[in-house]
Ligand binder design. Structure first.
Ligand SMILES: Nc1ncnc2c1ncn2[C@@H]1O[C@H](COP(=O)(O)OP(=O)(O)OP(=O)(O)O)[C@@H](O)[C@H]1O
Ligand SMILES: [Mg+2]
Length: 709
């Protein structure tokens, strides 16, 4: 066989392998769906056998109707509103609470900020006895206990930081039922390592006082999950020791594999499963072109924050490296934004301090690496900016998902430039499917037409839902044209081929530099950025591929010819680039949306008031005093009596903070300031935001005419 022939066959085999891999993926997806259906059917069968009725297909709701009426309905409504200050349930909350109250084990998969905590905190108050909550992080536990204390709910934690006095109180409450203890938070280590604790818990159970067990962030059980914690593996003991106590496992993301794992590890094979959508309708997704000049990127980030969030609303900026984190934080600071950094190299105390300042609204922006992850409980994060791209769609979903946990409109902005791809790829190439995952998010970033949301639905294998104009590609009609770059692609491939023939390798940037020289000779008009885009496009299309080499200090990513290179060389493949004609000015467009959303003076006053009250009430979080949603409601409806206030924020908060809130509202009314008219028209901030975006074209016109004026 001639070398040429071998190469020819090798190419077609490689192409065939790619096709087979595609088919395997489809089959795996199909298998996943079948597994899901299998466990559903098993559950239906079990319930039917338990109730003695024949197994009828397609009638699970007849067996378990969790939205019906239950004896605790009115008590639950009373506690929800008057203690938690929550005016209505969000999707699935009521059903989950009903299942727990019916003493069933429950698995809850609900997006970040969906309101999972209420699903165990409310039943904990409705039931007699103590609810045990296992949570993986001290900071998460502290936040929760503090928030509950602010609501007057007797919640405690038993961790390494618990004082001897509190420990004594907790053990007494468990053993003898003395003292007020409704919710007890522990880390998983307590269950697996403290015999003393387990023996007290057993006593509590024997006396019939263990009301429920909740395992928060339950994906930590599974090695397939992203935050595996070895001690979570031992939590199955809870069901074994306390079989009659309902176990509630909660997590924000879990693939079918992780779900199956959790059910097995926690011994909750008969659990009722509630899976909510991954969609976060209040999040607006934007991908922005990232300048190759570092300072320009920071200028743009700073401008975005200052113009869109003049009232110092909280945000996060994610960076690729620790060094970059410090640099970006310092540069934002220089531009007048209160920002600080957070990464794994800092000692625990320093990190905790930054986190606390941010949680208390004393710091506007945290600039973090991925280390700033699980444990962020702040509900009113208005923006998450990615200074560099994440390593996968899953990571991006989680990181961006830290915005808007309170359900109010928030923005997720990702700054993308092709040159960031090799930085990430040289970190992830050795991970299982690392490159594939990275290229998925690169595809997401490169697309200028496809709905950003649809990429999430596809990734999480969920049916498509309407985006409602809540992403840049759906909201802004910018002119995009497909430019045929087959000629340039061919040139690029042959250039690389020549280099390889001479045993030389090029990084992406070197390749682009060399292309620039060639292009000049040919008179091609592709800009440097477009050339970088083309390299990435060709990598995604398998015409080029990345290769990696370790040096003593780093891993270098090189670009070489890929399995389909020949097709380009032979002119059998057309390559097109999506290029915007006429720069679409995102910041400008966003400004016009934001202008209608800027806070009224009363909102600002109430925001200041909640900060003040949070300090007076023992340094609790401002959002524990009043949520952003409650501030919106109060500033639009302006109650003027305690009774009216009670009807809006519940008895507990009205009693605790009512007089000060009314004082502030009256002061404001006396000053003759107008109300928040936009809000009066439509209190649903979220839908207002969407409406504005739907009328984007009109907005853009108004914006430009104002700018001209
Ligand atoms: N029905 C509701 N109406 C309004 N706000 C709610 C409701 N339920 C929960 N919230 C608020 O939403 C925010 C997020 O809730 P929670 O912390 O329970 O989310 P979560 O699902 O546990 O998210 P994560 O996965 O990020 O931990 C909190 O501020 C909470 O008070
Ligand atoms: Mg939670």
């Amino acid at each position: 066989m001639e070398t040429e022939e071998i190469l020819e066959e090798l190419l077609s085999v490689e192409v065939e392998i790619q096709d087979v891999q595609g088919q395997i993926k489809v089959l795996l997806d199909q298998q996943e769906k079948l597994y899901e259906r299998q466990s559903e059917l098993k559950l239906i069968l079990e319930s039917c056998q338990a109730s003695g009725s024949p197994a009828k297909e397609g009638v699970p709701t007849a067996v378990e109707n969790w939205s019906g009426h239950f004896e605790w309905d009115s008590h639950a409504d009373d506690v929800r509103f008057n203690v938690f200050g929550i005016s209505k349930y969000r999707a699935n909350q009521r059903e989950i609470i009903n299942a727990v109250m019916s003493r069933r084990d429950v698995l809850v998969i609900m997006a970040a900020g969906g309101g999972k905590s209420l699903c165990y905190q409310l039943p904990a108050l409705l039931r007699d006895g103590v609810a045990l909550v296992v949570s993986p992080l001290l900071s998460l536990i502290q936040d929760q206990v503090m928030g509950l204390a602010a609501l007057g709910i007797p919640a405690f934690m038993l961790t390494s930081t618990t004082s001897k006095e509190d420990e004594k109180f907790i053990y007494k409450a468990l053993e003898k039922g003395e003292g007020e203890l409704k919710i007890l938070y522990v880390t998983p280590e307590k269950i697996s390592k403290s015999k003393r604790f387990m023996s007290k818990l057993e006593k509590c159970h024997h006396a019939g006082r263990l009301s429920l067990i909740s395992v928060d962030e339950a994906h930590c059980c599974s090695q397939w999950g992203h935050d595996f914690r070895p001690d979570y593996k031992n939590l199955g003991i809870l069901k074994t020791q306390f079989p009659s106590v309902p176990v509630l496992a909660l997590t924000a993301t879990a693939t079918q594999k992780v779900q199956n794992d959790l059910i097995e590890m926690l011994h909750i094979s008969k659990c009722v499963k509630f899976v909510s959508t991954v969609n976060r309708p209040n999040l607006f997704y934007i991908v922005r072109e990232k300048s190759s000049v570092g300072k320009v990127v920071i200028d743009e980030i700073a401008e975005f924050i200052q113009e869109s969030y003049p009232n110092k609303e909280s945000g996060i900026v994610y960076c690729f490296s620790r060094k970059e984190c410090q640099q970006v934080a310092n540069e934002l600071l220089e531009r007048g934004i209160s920002a600080d950094y957070y990464h794994a190299d800092m000692d625990v105390n320093a990190r905790e301090k930054v986190h606390m300042r941010w949680s208390n609204n004393k710091l506007q922006v945290i600039v973090g690496t991925v280390a700033f992850g699980m444990g962020i409980n702040k509900p009113d994060v208005r923006f998450v900016i990615h200074h560099s791209l994440s390593k996968s769609m899953e990571t991006y979903y989680q990181e961006s998902g830290r915005a808007g946990r309170d359900g109010l409109p928030s923005e997720c902005v990702l700054f993308f430039r092709p040159a960031d791809v090799p930085r990430q790829s040289s970190m992830v190439f050795y991970e299982n499917a690392g490159l594939q995952n990275l290229y998925d998010i690169v595809r997401f970033c490169q697309s200028r037409r496809q709905c950003r949301r649809s990429a999430f639905f596809r990734h999480f294998a969920e049916p498509f839902q309407n985006c409602n104009g809540m992403c840049d590609n759906c909201a802004y009609s910018s002119e995009i044209k497909d430019v045929d770059v087959s000629r340039q692609a061919k040139l690029m491939v042959s250039l690389l081929q020549d280099m390889q023939d001479n045993d030389q390798r090029l990084t992406m940037l070197q390749l682009v530099d060399k292309m620039k020289v060639k292009h000049k000779e040919l008179g091609s008009d592709l800009k440097k950025e477009e050339m970088e885009q083309l390299v990435v496009r060709l990598i995604l299309d398998r015409i080029l591929k990345e290769e990696f080499q370790h040096t003593a200090y780093a891993t270098n990513a090189y670009v070489t010819t890929g399995p389909l290179a020949k097709q380009v060389l032979q002119g059998k493949k057309t390559i097109k680039l999506e290029v915007s004609t006429g720069q679409k000015n995102m910041a400008g467009n966003l400004k016009s949306v934001k202008r209608s959303l800027t806070s009224s003076d009363l909102r600002v006053k109430l925001d200041e008031l909640r900060k003040e009250l949070s300090l007076v009430h023992g340094g609790i979080f401002p959002h524990s005093v009043l949520s952003s949603e409650q501030i919106s409601m109060l500033s639009s409806q302006r109650p003027n009596s305690i009774e009216e206030l009670e009807r809006m924020i519940g008895k507990l908060k009205a009693e605790k903070y009512g007089s000060r809130i009314l004082e502030e509202i009256n002061k404001y009314a006396d000053s003759g300031q107008p109300g928040d008219a936009a809000l009066n028209e439509n209190q649903d901030c979220d839908s207002r935001f969407r409406k504005k975006l739907k009328t984007k074209k009109a907005l853009v016109v108004i914006e430009s005419s104002e700018d001209e004026a």
